[in-house]
Design a protein around this ligand. Structure first.
Ligand SMILES: Nc1ncnc2c1ncn2[C@@H]1O[C@H](COP(=O)(O)OP(=O)(O)O)[C@@H](O)[C@H]1O
Ligand SMILES: [Mg+2]
Length: 352
């Protein structure tokens, strides 16, 4: 039985989980009263130049400096052990060689918090594995229901896709997403015949009408922030019978404008309930072993509490998250305080 249920997780956790949770609370409470650090907290970062620019905005650097946090670029050409010393490493680079180096560094430097473990990040790089943990959750009685749209992984001859879709019981229209999540070349297929024009490997996902608004849920450790973004409009019966073919919508997610100030139907705009987001984030953090990610969520049009997770990303564009400089600096300091407290208690591992 999966222990993702609202009631089950709150009240009936496994004994070890309960003990771990109690320990974590104790550490967090003590960390809040821990003395300020005597020296700067050094955060090494390994990000592409584009990511570094959008993340390390002057407002983050400025606030970090005031709070005693220093960001240092990691030179990928040099061994990690020759750099630093670091307290924390933030990274979003892929590639087997980088992964291997980082894993080796984690083993030899347990005192450094690596955000996040490369193996855990891999789950989110592939659209087939990305939503697996969400689909295993059983969030009944959590002020709403969260699921994943029906989906199918296809890696066969395109001519056999219509039959595979029929066998799997998926309804049109379908969103076709490249298997590797790095690619944002998505398309919408309205009719069965056009499915043969798609290029596997891909994931086909049922399109869920959601009133054109998407909720971007940002997670930074224990902190959750949610914003509205414009999304694809509803598809109706008329669209289905009048359209044939594959409609490409490249990089729709990157271009999507904020919908925070728009004059929206309140039923569409209402944010997902906080308790639902809290438990969803907590469960995914625990199951995925990640602390920095986001969830793209939509509400099924015409319902109040039926939600779907359609996408997740590791280390998303936090620069667009309101107040991210406060959330991040608080998070980095809390990691360090927890570590210091654990050290004083005699824990050996450096992971926060
Ligand atoms: N199953 C779906 N139902 C309705 N709209 C969807 C669905 N999947 C994706 N979309 C729309 O397409 C956009 C991009 O899809 P997403 O899976 O988030 O890919 P990306 O990796 O490009 O962010 C979403 O922001 C949403 O507007
Ligand atoms: Mg997305």
């Amino acid at each position: 039985m999966v222990s993702g249920g609202c009631v089950g997780t709150e009240g009936g956790a496994e004994p070890e989980d309960a003990a771990a949770a109690a320990g974590a609370e104790e550490v967090a409470a003590a960390a809040a009263t821990a003395p300020a650090r005597a020296r700067e907290l050094v955060v090494g970062y390994a990000l592409t130049s584009k990511k570094a620019k959008s993340f390390l905005q002057p407002k983050l650097r400025g606030l970090a400096r005031k709070k005693g946090i220093q960001f240092v670029a990691i030179d990928q050409k040099l061994p990690l052990s020759d750099q630093g010393p670091f307290d924390v490493i933030l990274h979003k680079l892929t590639g087997k060689e980088w992964q291997r180096r980082l894993e080796e560094y984690r083993d030899t430097h347990p005192e450094v918090t690596v955000l996040d473990p490369p193996g855990a990040i891999e789950h989110l790089l592939n659209r087939q594995s990305m939503l697996q943990e969400v689909s295993k959750l059983d969030l009944a009685d959590c002020h709403g229901k969260v699921g994943v749209p029906k989906q199918l992984f296809v890696n066969t001859d395109p001519l056999s896709i219509p039959a595979a879709v029929m066998r799997a019981g998926l309804s049109l229209p379908l969103v076709a997403k490249p298997l590797v999540a790095k690619s944002h070349e998505l398309s919408l297929a309205y009719d069965s015949a056009s499915l043969t024009k798609l290029e596997p490997p891909l994931v086909l996902q049922e399109f869920v009408n959601h009133g054109g608004v998407l909720f971007k849920v940002y997670i930074v450790g224990d902190a959750i922030r949610v914003v509205r973004r414009f999304s694809l409009p509803n598809v109706d019966e008329g669209d289905l019978s009048n359209n044939a073919g594959v409609f490409r919508f490249p990089r729709v997610s990157c271009a999507a404008a904020t919908a925070e100030d728009a004059d929206l139907d309140p039923h569409v705009a209402e944010l997902p309930p906080r308790p639902l987001l809290e438990i969803l984030a907590r469960e995914l953090r625990r199951r995925l072993g990640l602390r920095l990610f986001n969830i793209d969520m939509i509400r099924e049009h015409g319902t109040r509490d039926r939600f779907y997770v359609i996408d997740m990303n590791y280390f998303p564009g936090y620069g667009k998250m309101p107040g991210y400089e406060h959330v991040f600096t608080d998070f980095l300091l809390s990691l360090d305080q927890q570590k210091e407290y654990k050290r004083r208690l005699g824990y050996t591992s450096g992971e926060g």
